[in-house]
Design a protein around this ligand. Structure first.
Ligand code: ZN
Ligand code: ZN
Ligand code: ZN
Length: 298
């Protein structure tokens, strides 16, 4: 995916630059971002780190073990290499480390590395590693690398390398009540929706595939993709009676019925036809959900 800034050549897949999701259309940052370049507000749009100043980021710097690192220092050459009891601290025999901090777990997801770790500690190849931890004393400094992760602050607005901009915009900090914080980065599973959770919009987990509602949701949404355990559907696709009175929780019988890709759908006796649903809904949904009687909706 190419960076959303028109003049920026970077693609997420072919660079080490960090990319960030753009704000959803219902957030207050969305308008500020749109002043600089076109934004649809869809989840798949991303922007690269080059368009932000340092203070727009929260940084997390940590040491990470390189994938190929194998414990080799301070391991007894004679006698058992693992401590007899799996107490707190490092599991290597005679190791003085007794704290849980900074301990490393076995690379269970990398079979090749796991085999080497086990060999280094003279373990059987099928031995369990569940409670075993190895402390950094058994690795060389070059086995570690520094990883810096950047997180975009909620109210960051792109201000650098924006070709359309003649002057750098003045950046002002908003009062707390005007800041929009997204509850999560997940977005709606319904094709063409891509709504994220924010003020007035909630996301609901897809029923488990063992749940009897699963097939009905799949049928209603009619997506070419198969839902995963992380898929969720936003509140734009439900009617008021799908919710427990006064709560944001769906009742057991709730099936998505609104703003589905086919355009029109029956919901009780109310036929809602919205061929252009996305544009309409994005502008009007916040107002529409406050209407007591669905028949009042134009
Ligand atoms: Zn960019
Ligand atoms: Zn140790
Ligand atoms: Zn949705």
């Amino acid at each position: 995916m190419k960076c959303v800034v028109p003049s920026c050549p970077y693609e997420e897949e072919s660079t080490t630059l960090q990319f960030f999701s753009v704000p959803p259309s219902c957030s207050s940052s969305f308008k500020k971002w749109q002043a600089h370049f076109f934004l649809s507000g869809l989840r798949y749009e991303k922007i690269c780190q080059l368009h932000f100043v340092d203070s727009d980021f929260r940084k997390n710097v940590r040491q990470e073990l390189k994938p190929k690192a194998v414990p080799k220092l301070n391991i007894p050459t004679e006698g058992p290499k693992l401590a007899a009891s799996a107490g707190n601290g490092c599991s290597v025999a005679k190791c003085p480390t007794k704290t849980r901090k900074h301990l490393l777990t076995f690379p269970t997801k990398k079979p090749y590395a796991l085999k080497k770790w086990k060999a280094a500690l003279s373990m059987e190849s099928n031995a369990s590693t569940t409670n075993l931890r190895v402390c950094p004393l058994h690795f060389e400094p070059r086995d570690f690398r520094t990883v810096t992760s950047l997180y975009l602050k909620p109210n960051a607005v792109p201000s650098k390398k924006l070709a359309k901009l003649k002057t750098e915009p003045k950046r002002k900090r908003l009062p707390p009540e005007e800041r929009t914080v997204h509850k999560s980065n997940r977005c709606c599973f319904v094709p063409g929706c891509s709504q994220r959770a924010c003020e007035g919009i909630s996301l609901h987990n897809f029923p488990k595939s063992s749940d009897q509602r699963y097939e009905r949701w799949v049928g209603a949404i009619n997506s070419p993709r198969e839902p995963t355990k992380n898929s969720s559907v936003c509140s734009k696709h439900f009617v008021k009676t799908d919710y427990f009175p006064g709560a944001k929780m769906l009742n057991r019988n709730a099936i998505p019925s609104q703003n589905l890709p086919d355009g029109g759908t029956f919901s009780g006796s109310v036929l809602i036809v919205q061929p252009n649903f996305q544009a309409e809904v994005e502008n009007d949904f916040a107002a529409a959900v406050k209407v007591e009687d669905p028949l009042d909706i134009d």
